[in-house]
Design a protein around this ligand. Structure first.
Ligand SMILES: NC(=O)c1ccc[n+]([C@@H]2O[C@H](COP(=O)([O-])OP(=O)(O)OC[C@H]3O[C@@H](n4cnc5c(N)ncnc54)[C@H](OP(=O)(O)O)[C@@H]3O)[C@@H](O)[C@H]2O)c1
Length: 347
């Protein structure tokens, strides 16, 4: 049984704790300690999820120990210092998306974990979604032919109040960006998983519908290393918010995932056009407590197994870094007005 200490008791922390409750039942992982900022809230959270100990600082939790890994689900700018503290204290680290706010931090996290001999995993739980795995399998089996275009379209809406009630969202220093790095990042991660690495990107970011520093709308044109083209759209400003769309087009067919469904799957020569309804997938986030945690369960189980077997977690630091690299490249492109070539290094 892998024992977790968790820092962060917000929306992301709730997903992790819910998943750990299910994993405790099967005997593979459990939540034993929680760190937050506020005593009462942290204690309530710990009691709700059956954690025996709670703390009002990560440092205190780390120094008392009694667990094998630390899960981090705090504001983005804290991922780097908190991950380093946990790694240096000798714990495996599972960090929520984005793994850090820039590549210098991400690279340092990977270096330190390697040196200390601990695992670093990143929470991109949709990699474990049955719909996404099915599309990945079709691509790998060559069913769609040679891929020629991939699109990640995240036209969401968040009211101004969403930013106002948070002390870290909407600012570069604490969120590290806006719609791309927070909301669209899951879909961008999947796009890269399906299509491979990007070679060049030209992007535009802007702030249209909120009083915030960071972007609430972004568009980018991509050229993948394979030669395929790609499109990214990320928004928290498209009223009233539309279902997420992830499209993969190959010379032999098309797969379109819309919201939680594999909406369209057409393969040349196979007449059937399938529509599959599922509850998981890139579902609506308007009621996070209603979003099932199956994918979190699978990701955490995989992470625990990687520790037990000495192998790599499926979403390790290098995999977690990929979407961050593309997002940082879009930010650089938008700032400079130039096409940015990848791989991108930020030192
Ligand atoms: N993988 C997913 O599907 C998913 C879903 C949602 C969020 N996330 C990610 O989860 C992370 C947290 O986002 P969220 O939406 O949960 O934000 P949130 O609701 O604002 O929660 C952030 C949590 O961090 C705590 N915190 C803030 N500063 C801290 C500090 N210095 N030390 C310890 N704890 C501190 C907050 O404490 P207070 O309670 O005192 O404010 C709060 O419990 C982000 O990386 C986000 O992108 C991932």
């Amino acid at each position: 049984m892998m024992r977790f200490g968790l820092v962060g008791t917000g929306v992301g922390g709730d997903f992790i704790a819910r998943a750990l409750q299910l994993l405790r039942e099967e005997g593979s992982a459990e939540l034993v300690a929680v760190a937050g900022r506020r005593g009462t809230k942290t204690e309530e959270f710990a009691r709700k999820y059956g954690a025996r100990r709670w703390y009002t600082s990560l440092e205190q939790m780390l120094s008392e120990g009694g667990f094998d890994a630390v899960a981090i689900s705090t504001p983005h700018y804290l991922h780097f210092p908190q991950a380093l503290a946990a790694i240096e204290a000798g714990f495996h680290v599972l960090v929520d998306k984005p793994m850090a706010v820039n590549l210098r931090e991400a690279d340092e996290m990977m270096r330190r974990a390697e040196r200390r001999g601990v695992k670093l995993g990143v929470i991109f739980e949709y990699r474990f979604d049955p719909v996404m795995e099915e599309v990945k399998g079709l691509i790998e089996a060559g069913k769609l032919g040679r891929l020629i275009m991939g699109e990640a379209v995240v036209e969401w809406f968040r009211p101004q109040e969403y930013y106002e009630r948070s002390d870290w969202r909407g600012r570069w220093a604490t969120e590290g960006g806006g719609a791309l790095i927070n909301q669209a990042i899951h879909t961008i991660d999947l796009l890269l998983w399906f299509m491979g690495d990007v070679e060049e990107v030209w992007g535009l970011t802007g702030t249209f519908a909120h009083d915030i520093e960071v972007e609430d709308l972004a568009v980018a044109a991509l050229k993948f290393r394979s030669g395929a083209f790609g499109v990214v759209q990320g928004a928290t400003s498209i009223y009233p918010g539309l279902p997420t769309r992830l499209e993969v087009h190959g010379t032999e067919g098309t797969a379109i995932i819309e919201g939680a469904e594999l909406k369209t799957l057409v393969v040349r020569g196979e007449e059937a056009r399938r529509e599959v309804r599922r509850e998981s997938g890139l579902a609506s986030w308007s009621r996070p407590e209603a979003v099932p945690v199956d994918n979190h369960v699978k990701l955490i189980r995989d992470f625990a197994q990687s520790v037990a077997s000495g192998g790599k977690p499926r979403v390790d630091g290098a995999e977690g870094r990929r979407s961050l690299e593309l997002i940082r490249a879009i930010y650089h492109s938008s700032r400079t007005g130039r096409v940015v070539k990848l791989p991108l290094a930020e030192v």
